[in-house]
Design a protein around this ligand. Structure first.
Ligand code: RBZ
Ligand code: NIO
Length: 341
């Protein structure tokens, strides 16, 4: 990409969005043509059929392939925890990374159940971002550099990417982003996260309201929302989504927190999420409204509210089965089954 030497980092991101490849309508047509010949009534696999069309559209090939699915978990710490917004201390972020390495977390078990690779990225856990109620989370250079890190992190090596996060306090960060992008009242976007009590919920709502009020004059630009109210894992995931698009890699979004990264990109240009699917509906209350605004219907609804990419990774099981049906089922001619007249 040719960029002027004077270009600001955020301008690089905007330039990259303009270069996004379109999805392939030819590949979708080829998938539909094969689907019509498979031994089942047309449309009977419902959403599974759409999933295969989506994979083909993104990858630009028919049939599409999912041979190396990968979960990428981005971890960061947040200054806003000083406002008493999480029942857990920020040390838990690092402790959970150790748990991921040891294989003891939910995401380890889900990945091994469905043969999914797992990579975890530590985004300077010892240096929390600024408390968003007091000032910006990051400066522009740090935010753009973290987006670039997210792009590099997922480059190559996968044909289906699931994004996830670990960061104590990040449901407050996500709520602030939604409140900034979508308006309404702070309480519309705030949930209990890991389980704050009523007093904690009040502190959380007050922190989200205070953060958005403090930065109000600068929130018209979604990238300013990201740098002022976001966190490093959110910025890295936004970068990862963009990189996946340029590499034609389909992306599975996890829950309420991951979708905050998606929402920033969607506000810049809704087409940035054409290669993304919503893995599940989180039990964190506002997630349904977020998905409605993003125009995404979740694949699963299991009452989960964990993060770590757990809901997204479970959706890979459905995606793999959808593709196995498409690639492996016999046609009416092959099986000697009579098609409808
Ligand atoms: C042991 C443990 C494991 C987790 N795995 C994901 N999260 C999830 O909870 C955090 C956000 O919730 P809040 O905003 O309420 O702090 C994130 O780290 C998220 O990934 C966890 C949280 C805990 C405590
Ligand atoms: O849905 C999520 O992303 C979520 C919900 C609660 C806690 N952490 C993450």
């Amino acid at each position: 990409m040719a960029l002027a030497a004077t270009a600001l980092p955020f301008d690089d991101i905007r330039a990259l969005i303009k270069l996004m490849p379109d999805l392939s309508t030819e590949a979708v047509e080829a998938v539909r043509q094969r689907d019509r010949q498979l031994t089942k009534p047309p449309g009977s696999l419902g959403r599974l059929e759409e999933v295969v069309e989506w994979l083909a559209a993104v990858q630009g090939t028919a049939p599409p392939t999912v041979s190396r699915p990968m979960v990428a978990v981005f971890a960061a710490n947040h200054g806003v925890v000083a406002q008493g917004v999480s029942p857990y201390p920020p040390e838990v972020t690092r402790q959970m990374l150790e748990n991921f390495s040891a294989g003891g977390a939910a995401i380890n078990q889900i990945c091994s159940s469905f043969d999914i690779g797992l990579k975890v990225f530590d985004l300077a856990l010892d240096i929390p971002t600024g408390d968003i109620t007091q000032g910006p989370a990051m400066d522009e250079a740090a935010c753009a550099a973290t987006m670039a890190f997210g792009m590099e992190a997922v480059a190559g090596g996968t044909d289906l990417l699931v994004l996830g996060e670990m960061g104590i306090g990040n449901t407050t960060i996500a709520a602030a982003i939604y409140h900034a992008l979508y308006g309404g009242e702070a309480r519309d976007w705030v949930g209990r996260g890991t389980g704050v009590d009523d007093a904690g919920l009040q502190r959380k709502t007050a922190a989200v309201a205070a953060a958005v009020a403090r930065h109000k004059a600068h929130l018209a630009d979604p990238l300013e929302v990201l740098r002022r109210l976001g966190g490093r894992e959110i910025a890295a995931m936004a970068g990862a989504i963009l990189a996946a698009r340029s590499e034609r890699v389909p992306v599975v979004l996890d829950g309420y927190v991951v979708c905050a990264a998606a929402a920033v990109l969607h506000a810049l240009d809704p087409r940035t999420l054409d290669h993304c699917i919503a893995g599940h509906l989180s039990a964190e209350g506002a997630h349904g409204e977020v998905l409605r605004r993003l125009g995404k219907q979740p694949l699963l609804d299991l009452g989960m509210r964990l993060g770590e990419a757990s809901g997204g990774a479970l959706a890979v099981a459905v995606i793999k089965a959808a593709l196995a049906c498409h690639r492996g089922m016999a046609t009416f001619a092959q099986a000697g089954v009579t098609d409808k007249a």
